[in-house]
Design a protein around this ligand. Structure first.
Ligand SMILES: [Zn+2]
Length: 644
């Protein structure tokens, strides 16, 4: 192996690289986000070409010390450095050999820089305000295209922007298309906080140690628990870890306080009551008040049962897929609390209704994510009161982290940000990177839990559908009173129920849960312990940490391999339910269409008969008139004759 090329001793790489002035290299990306030089046009690239032939640049290439550590990827001039290093590599390769390690190190650096630039650009695109129209291309076709070729997967993510604006007008009925478009795309975009923070995965060892810690505290303090759940409730909560959990049964058994019971149970089982020293009486008051807020408008759908349903589904995701292994206690608390409050004081009407009717809330939040802003604001306002502040013992840092996560997660339940969210997650998953944006990941999981009812067993899903449509119809009634046009699916005399659910499953729920599954796979894969586990330090591990969650109702453990993970993949219990429910809706759609056709035929016949009788009457009348006229004329003739 040839030795690395000699470097000019007095010319340190950092100093000798010409500092790229903005005039030459395009604009400098914003500081604080990713500070990479970007070259916006081919014109500049041409200019660059000639620049590199100059002796000044030759010097710069000569001055590169390939054996030296590369600068940080997010340095303002990382692009420039990467280019110089590649040129220098080329030169050395032409002249002779380059040590493999040096080659590898520099190619790695260049790859990292390129990846960062791509990520930066994806973010910039995402930040641009623009309306996105919804693609009604069947999801199977899309996913096939995205996964078909690894090489082009990144380009495809960028292309999705165009896919989203394709509209195939014949794919679904007009009304369903309008509903999907008005609900899951945004007319007004909101710019949300973007975190550049890429939290690294905790080691499994840490997670397990934390689990042991939680369990010990739980054992010590469990006698101090205050809320005595009725035995029927405790019985139902035994299946709280199941995807098929029946939240309506919990509602019945708990005398319409399912949210309070479930929230208490879960916060306790995750050890959060004890970890954050929540005062029992305060917790009781807080949960009672939250439940009351959900019942304020007596909504058929967006009520305390829906909140409990979303919270339980979130618990499934946390405990059965390994997601909780990736989170610290504040993050678990924020995730559960976000689910708990995500529709607090929901008015039973859509954001669009608030905007169109110019409600006080729409005025307050400038038409942006109106309800979501209210849920968050009202919940935090409640938490501020002394009687309700269950977070009183969080440190300032913990509270900041908690608040920021809850805000981001609940804002992301705004359905109009659906496509942006899915796109951003696909971009993140396509990168061969070991880091994931935690806030974005948790936001997507919450959004999926929020729209998950079509992926639950039929008897649950059908009931949710009926409740949701009743809520829509009540909005339609209000719209009629206010003289507003009906929102899609809100006219109780004219709505395609089965078709709307098929569209909802095909275009929204199925693709979302697909991406969510991929995300959970990645989390699970990255949480797998290294080949030499460092977790065997505690001899009691075995009985403290069985591989599967132990006795029902006991504290949640952080199992290395949760039972919802098979091999290296997270089990996806929603898939079977989704396809079974879709078939049932299809059957119903066919039946409905037949009924409609029959009714139309009947109407036609009735109208036809009516028309026939009208025609008959008209003919009769005409004949009579003719007869009368005839007689008159005859009389006239007779008169004339008489006169003559
Ligand atoms: Zn919701």
């Amino acid at each position: 192996m040839a030795s690395p090329p000699e470097k000019k001793k007095d010319a340190l790489e950092e100093a000798s690289v010409p500092i790229a002035p903005t005039s030459k290299n395009g604009q400098l990306a914003k500081k604080g986000s990713l500070t990479i030089l970007r070259r916006p046009s081919s014109k500049n690239l041409a200019g660059r070409g000639s620049r590199h032939s100059s002796s000044q640049d030759d010097d710069a290439v000569d001055a590169v010390d390939l054996a030296n550590d590369a600068p940080a990827v997010d340095n303002p001039d990382a692009c420039e450095k990467a280019a110089l290093r590649l040129r220098s590599l080329l030169r050395h390769l032409q002249q002779g050999e380059v040590p493999a390690a040096v080659l590898q190190q520099n190619l790695q650096f260049a790859a990292d820089v390129l990846e960062s630039v791509y990520l930066d650009e994806a973010r910039c695109e995402e930040q641009q305000d623009r309306a996105i129209t919804i693609s009604l291309e069947p999801p199977s076709r899309k996913s096939r295209r995205v996964t078909s070729n690894d090489k082009s997967s990144r380009r495809q993510v960028g292309d999705e922007e165009d896919e989203l604006s394709e509209v195939e007008p014949d794919a679904v009925p007009q009304e369903v298309r309008e509903w999907l478009a008005s609900t899951f795309t945004r007319q007004l975009s909101t710019s949300r906080r973007k975190t550049d923070e890429k939290p690294r995965f905790r080691s499994v060892a840490n997670a397990i140690r934390a689990g042991i810690f939680v369990e010990r505290i739980y054992r010590r303090l469990s006698s101090a628990t205050f809320l005595q759940l009725p035995p029927e409730v405790t019985e139902i909560l035994k299946s709280v870890d199941d995807w098929t959990f029946n939240v309506w049964k919990l509602q019945e058994a708990s005398n319409n306080t399912p949210l309070r019971c479930l929230a208490y149970e879960l916060l306790n089982r995750y050890g959060l009551l004890h970890k954050f020293k929540m005062p029992p009486a305060t917790l009781e008051t807080f949960l009672t008040q939250i439940e009351a807020g959900y019942c304020k408008y007596k909504n058929p759908y967006h009520n305390n049962v829906h909140a409990a349903d979303v919270m339980q589904t979130m618990h499934y995701m946390l405990s059965q897929t390994g997601l909780m292994n990736w989170l610290n206690d504040v993050e678990i608390l924020a995730t559960l609390m976000a689910a708990l409050i995500h529709d607090y004081e929901h008015t039973g009407t859509t954001n669009n209704f608030h905007v169109m009717s110019g409600s006080e809330t729409a005025i307050l939040y400038n038409d942006r994510a109106v309800l979501e802003n209210h849920h968050i604001c009202a919940a935090f306002r409640l938490l501020r009161g002394e009687d309700h502040n269950v977070l009183v013992n969080l440190s300032r840092e913990e509270y900041r982290e908690f608040r920021s996560l809850v805000i981001e997660m609940v804002l992301a339940t705004d359905m109009s940000s659906h496509f942006q969210q899915i796109k951003a997650m696909k971009t993140m998953l396509a990168l061969q990177d070991t880091s994931l944006d935690k806030a974005k990941a948790l936001s997507l999981v919450l959004h999926c839990c929020d729209i998950s009812h079509p992926s639950k067993p039929w008897h649950l899903h059908e009931r949710w559908t009926t409740q949701l449509l009743e809520e829509f119809f009540r909005q339609g009634d209000k719209e009629r009173e206010l003289g507003l046009p009906y929102s899609p699916l809100c006219d109780r005399n004219n709505t395609l129920v089965a078709e709307s659910q098929i569209g909802f499953i095909d275009f929204i729920v199925d693709p979302s849960l697909g991406v969510c599954g991929d995300l959970l796979d990645k989390v699970a894969a990255l949480s797998v312990p290294p080949s030499t586990p460092t977790i065997a330090e505690e001899p009691q591990n075995d009985h403290l940490m069985p591989p599967v969650v132990a006795e029902p109702g006991g504290p949640i453990k952080r199992p290395v391999r949760p039972c919802g993970v098979v091999g290296s993949e997270v089990r996806r219990p929603w898939q079977d339910c989704l396809s079974a429910n879709k078939s049932r809706w299809k059957e119903r759609a066919t039946k409905d269409a037949e009924l409609r056709a029959e009714a139309a035929l009947r109407n036609e016949k009735v109208n036809g008969d009516a028309e026939d009788s009208v025609i008959e009457d008209t003919i009769k009348e005409e004949d009579e008139n003719k007869e009368n006229n005839g007689t008159a004329e005859e009389n006239e003739e007779e008169k004339t004759e008489e006169n003559e």
